[in-house]
Design a protein. Structure first.
Length: 252
């Protein structure tokens, strides 16, 4: 009865009823604090400064929180699922599950990109849009955590992210260490391989690194990430594709 009353209010009388409908279709429930969810979809390119503050109303703070919450929940679930596996295995599995590439793929499949508030120039960049969607998914998890608490967020992640989008057995066998693949190729071909920091921007948790893959003194590819390690992996993946190493690996 109470749920029906709230449903009537959310969909019929609330000034945010259109947003409530979109969020319900995406998440399967009605938020308590709708403003948290609105902020989760605001990219920095369309954010506005808070009055008398240096920060913006973008989703970056929620992304920071969601990243930590997601990592903690994944760590707990892996710890319980694999009671006899060591720390190295658990760390590697968690890294695969919360990797920028994986989260971006999941976010895009969920349709997160359809709800984003961002500059029109960014919308036309497909690769950037995918990455931004992954960041927004983390921000959304941060919003859910603040709105509904840890237990609810844990159930949401299991039901809406892990079950439909992650095959743990496949992830166990799947090697995504592109930097290692590139290193092996460079050693075999007697090439000099370097990773060069091209640019650093932002501060603290919002810092971004652009790393270039340099082979025999020539730049082959570059990519951006929230850590040097992440950027190196993304740039290595691009280089592996450029050199045809992934196709070669798949046909063995």
């Amino acid at each position: 009865m109470i749920r029906s009353i709230f449903r009537i209010y959310y969909l019929g009388f609330s000034e945010h009823k259109e947003f409530y409908k979109r969020v319900y279709r995406l998440l399967g429930y009605f938020p308590k604090n709708i403003h948290l969810y609105k902020q989760a979809f605001i990219h920095n390119s369309s954010a506005e400064h808070f009055k008398n503050l240096k920060t913006k109303n973008s989703n970056e703070r929620l992304e920071y929180l969601g990243d930590a919450v997601l990592g903690g929940i994944i760590a707990e679930l892996l710890f319980k699922k694999y009671p006899f596996k060591g720390e190295g295995f658990l760390t590697e599995m968690r890294s695969k599950m919360v990797s920028r590439k994986k989260l971006s793929e999941i976010a895009f499949k969920m349709g997160i990109h359809q709800h984003l508030s961002l500059d029109s120039s960014v919308k036309r960049n497909g690769m950037a849009l995918k990455g931004i969607s992954g960041n927004a998914l983390e921000a959304l998890i941060g919003a859910i955590y603040l709105d509904r608490g840890y237990s609810f967020t844990r159930r949401f992640i299991k039901r809406k992210i892990l079950t439909p989008y992650m095959d743990l057995e496949h992830l166990k066998e799947h090697n995504e260490n592109y930097k290692s693949i590139l290193n092996q190729w460079a050693q075999k071909e007697r090439k000099t391989l370097d990773f060069k920091v091209v640019r650093e921007k932002g501060k603290n948790h919002s810092k971004m690194y652009t790393i270039a893959v340099v082979i025999d003194g020539e730049e082959l590819s570059k990519a951006e990430g929230k850590s040097k390690k992440t950027a190196e992996q993304l740039a290595s993946e691009l280089s592996c594709k450029e050199l045809g190493l992934l196709k070669e690996k798949q046909t063995r």
